[in-house]
Structures are given as C-alpha cells and as structure tokens.
Design a protein around this ligand. Sequence first.
Ligand code: NAP
Length: 357
Amino acid sequence: MEKIRAGVIGATGMVGQRFLTLLENHPYFEVTVLAASKRSAGKTYEEAVDGRWKLAAPMPEYAKGMIMYDAAEVETVSSMCDFVFCAVDLNKEETKKLEEIYAKAETPVVSNNSANRWTEDVPMVVPELNSKHLEIIESQRKRLGTKCGFIAVKPNCSIQSYVPALTPLLDLGIDKVFVCTYQAISGAGKTFKEFPEMVDNVIPYIGGEEEKSEQEPLKIWGEIKDGKIEKYSGTDISAQCIRVPVTDGHLAAVFVKFKGEKPTKEEILKRWNEFPAVDLPSAPKKFLNYFEEDNRPQTKIDRELEHGMAISLGRLRDDMIFDYKFIGLSHNTLRGAAGGAVLIAELLAKQGYITKK
Ligand code: NAP
C-alpha cells in the first residue's frame, strides 16, 4: 500500500516530538511536512528544536533535516500532505480557527488540542470505545462544505485512566463515579528542569482539568442524534485532578456506585478481561490489563505496558460508601496524547475517512 502523507503541526512541542517518534517507519503513514509557529519557520527541525528535545528516545534521523513551515501557511502545508496531526500551544479560539481552516482546505485534522472537543459534530474518539462516532463526520463535512476535510479529536489524557474501565460496566447502570487523578508533569508539556516547583511537591490544581474529567466521558458515551453527538446523561462524575512529581503516567483512584444491585467482583473482572482490542498497528493486543498484586499498577513500572498504549487496572475491592473502588493507569503522552491520536488516524485510514489526495 502506498503510504498516506502526514503533516505534523506543532512538531517542535512535546506532543509533536512524540508524533515524530511514533510515525517513524509507520506502516500506513509517512511524515512529509512539519509546521509550528513563525519562530520555527525556515529552520531545519533540528535547529528549531535546539535544546528542547524532551524525550528519552533520540530525535528521529528522518526529521532532523526537514525544513519547518509556519502553520499559518495553510495552502503550502496542505499541498504537501494528505492529512495533519495537530498539537499546538495556541488559545482555544485560535486553535479552533486553525483546525477549521485546514479542514476546509480538504486536509483532515486529527487533533490533540481541546478546542474542538465540544463541537457537536466533531467526533472525540478512543478507537476501542466509540469508533461508531466517526459516522458523524458526514454531517460535519456538510456543515464545513468539504468533500474530504474534517476534524477528529482525542479526549483529554486524564480520562484514559478510568473511562476504558467504566465503559464495559456502563450497561450495568453506573449511578455515580468519583475519581481522583494523580497526573504527571509531562501533561503540562514540561520536564522537571522546566518545572522545578514540582520537585518534592504535589500541586492540587490543574487548570480546567476537573471539568474535562467530569464532562468528556459523557461525550464518549453519547449517541449520534440529528447530526450531533448527544451527551450521555445516565451517570454523574465528580473529579479532583492533582499534579504529582512523576515524569509520565496518569494514575486514577476511582470509586463507583451502581444504580441497582451491585455486580459481583468476578463479573467486573470478566468484563474487563474480555473487553476486545482493535486490530490497528498501534493498538495494544490486550486493552485492559488487571494486576492481582496489591501494589500494582505503579506509574513508573507499568506506564509503558504495550508501548504505553494499554490500560492498567488493579485493586478492585468493595467500598463502604460507593460499591467498588479501583486504580487505573495510562501513559499520558502515549495513549493519552500522540499515541491515541495516531491510533485514531489509523482507524480513520482503515475506514476510508483519510485517503491519499
Ligand atoms: P508544547 O510543548 O508547548 O508545544 C507547543 C507547540 O505549539 C510547539 O510546536 C510550538 O511551536 C507550537 N506553536 C506555538 N505557537 C504557535 C503558533 N502561533 N502557530 C503554530 N504553532 C505554534 O505543548 P505540548 O505539550 O506539545 O501540547 C500541545 C497541545 O497538545 C496543547 O493543546 C496541549 O494542551 C495538548 N496536549 C498535551 C498533552 C501532554 O501530555 N503534553 C496531552 C494531551 C494534549 P514553536 O516551537 O515554533 O514555538
């Protein structure tokens, strides 16, 4: 198969760097254009990143000499690729505008940004959970007046530690969920060097994160009605999100109350164990992985499970106030950011939404 040409907008940032490493030798995609701000335009990728490479893995050789473009040069960038990944540090309005201009230029956008997550006809997808939402793309194309262009987004990184575990239980009638997330500093796009106040510290506030953690699951569980994705209304979620001094990995302590009689622990474990994986190049072979040990999953030990794309669960037990409590863990810049977006793009390519122009 001839590879589909991918552009990366925000290629110099932390998520952009992950995109470039994940797309090296990708079976479906080939990176053909890199863009970021005006500041980077005209430089080689290596020059533009200069001292800002944040990953443990080295900068991919193929990217080093590529010339950077200004993301605002939409026509030029669009002419060099079939679709783009987008992860930019712009405000919500500017991001929304930029993504829509690319979509209208018939260049599909797979986005890491939050700006379009609540646009009613933009699918917010975790391929294992709600691939059906891709059907909304036809309505979106009508609104945008495009033949091929559209926007698809990835949900916030925090929710990937608990929504995958709750989804297989949803039809049992989940009444209430309380979740406390313990989130890595890379979620702020930072390393310890750039975030020294996090050393030996916990910060009990991440701007906007609690609202996203409470609301985004309801869109993932929603249904398409009249060209819009209608939020699921059967469950209330309350979240506290806390920044902790770890490099990567978001851990969640989750409490669940069911509406009727509570299911047995065996029933929950069976549903987790049997929850299907998807057949895509970046997908984990096993999506939900339950650890029997009392001290697992641990952020440092388990975040890389299946290349950081699997979800780790543990400590499922009865709770005195809620019915059950458990722990979830996911890698925030792999499953929760660039890896999750690459997985969406693979699904879009497999289903024919992204093609060669
Ligand atoms: P980052 O490291 O600060 O990188 C920001 C990127 O945006 C850089 O490539 C930068 O290019 C580019 N940029 C800045 N101003 C621009 C402009 N005017 N036009 C075009 N590009 C511009 O940020 P990040 O952590 O990668 O996050 C990027 C996005 O992904 C954010 O929306 C963030 O909320 C989201 N996200 C991050 C994570 C995570 O774990 N880090 C997880 C999920 C979602 P220059 O180098 O040229 O300035």
